[in-house]
Design a protein around this ligand. Sequence first.
Ligand SMILES: [Zn+2]
Length: 310
Amino acid sequence: MHIRFFFVSVLGFSAVAAADLAPNELGKIPILTYHKISDEDTEYTRSRASFAKDLVELQRHGFYPVTLAELRSGRITTPKGKIPLLLTFDDSSESQFKYEADGSLTEGCGMEIMERFQKQNPDFPLRGVFFVLPKAQYPNNFFGQPDKIGAKLKYLTGKGFEIGSHTLWHANLKKYRNKIEEQLGLGTYEIQKYLKGYAVYAFALPYGIFPPKADEPRLRAGKFKGKSYKHDMIFDYSNAPSYSVYDAKFDTYRIKRLHGNEATLKKLFKRATKEKHIFFVSDGNPETVTVKKTDADRVRLKPGLKLVTY
Ligand SMILES: [Zn+2]
């Protein structure tokens, strides 16, 4: 009797799990935004313990870190049945990435927590975008240790992380409309000082505040004293999951991001348990876009990709 009950449970569970894992590449993609990693959980700070716990829960709920480059090209390598997740880190504070005098990572900084988790979970890759502030005040001045900026940027890009612009010193571009080209031209220039030829194509608006509509083209490309910039992925802070990059509604100049705080994460995990159908679930093939037949007319294919419907 006992054994029989056990079998019924197992079969019931696997049937549900299989249904959950059907590819749905028009579903939503969560893009999480973290700021400071420190002692407590507040609006712009995630405690070290909570950040470590988030990684565990993200993996447990089927999320899988993706690169921005994959979202940009549409060639998403997320394994079949997993939900691509983009981690982003704003404001380049020392709490995200700190070195000790002996060259080791400081215990409890964001990078150290991620590396420790990854060592124990090799199937959860280290990926994410750092939106940096090269000329902010300490501790947000390019990760707080001026003599280690180059080493940190090379370490990050070498590991598979990516770097984006967040202006020079967190300028509210609605207020500083007259400084848009200066903030963005020099922002890119300061990153490329350390990473020669690095394509800074991603930009996150400080506070998520856009300048007036007429100024928006100035966020995408421009030049200040011979220093040019070109952004083709612009991120907001609207606290909503992003549309799929294959969805006709996806706007590359207003990509939605979620807040990396307790309330939003709780909601995200609840939805990943109870409403998994709303998320992008990968088909495991970077060359194909798999969607339900009824969704096919909503697809905007990227060049070179093939549509598969079911
Ligand atoms: Zn910021």
